[in-house]
Design a protein around this ligand. Sequence first.
Ligand SMILES: Cc1cc2nc3c(=O)[nH]c(=O)nc-3n(C[C@H](O)[C@H](O)[C@H](O)COP(=O)(O)O)c2cc1C
Length: 185
Amino acid sequence: MNTDGKRILGIVGSPRKGSNTHILVERVLDGAKSMGAEPKKVTLGELDIRPCRACDACSKTGKCVQKDDFHDLLEDMENSNIWVLGSPVYWWGPTAQFKSFLDRWYSINRSIFRGKKAIVVAPLGGGSVHYARHLTGMFEDIFDYLGIVSFESIVVPSVNKRGEVQNHPDILQRAFETGKRAMET
Ligand SMILES: Cc1cc2nc3c(=O)[nH]c(=O)nc-3n(C[C@H](O)[C@H](O)[C@H](O)COP(=O)(O)O)c2cc1C
């Protein structure tokens, strides 16, 4: 199996235990695992990642001055080729945990983003993908701006309860296949 040593990192932005986001990200990583990958997964809520303070020190040093878990996560991001970015829809946008993480990207040397492959995972309680349009639009614009390659977006409406996505084997299969394909291509 030739997967060219590609590495995949899952980032879970839901604060809920047993979250739909976690289940979906895990399925994508399982697909990658079936291709020989050894994925890594982090849950933002379990890390200390503080919001950007707009001190602008990073514009001089290229590094964020805050001493928290962002730096280790950044190293994991640099060392992987595929990022699975998972956030449920909260008020039409990402969760606070995910937004804090994203804002910290401001400090990063742009070159690390170029050519990374991103898979977006976004469950939501509402009954239409329409309610995820700002979240997916935000990702599209960020990816365009930073040169990240958008590989697939898995938006799952009508899953409001904890773990409800387990009742949708078709969606879980799609997540699995996405992880597999991301390793192949
Ligand atoms: C604070 C909060 C805000 C939410 N806002 C929205 C929303 O704007 N649109 C929507 O469709 N669902 C909304 N939901 C429902 C979640 O998207 C839904 O419960 C989803 O399954 C959560 O994913 P998770 O299990 O991965 O945490 C919200 C839930 C919370 C707790």
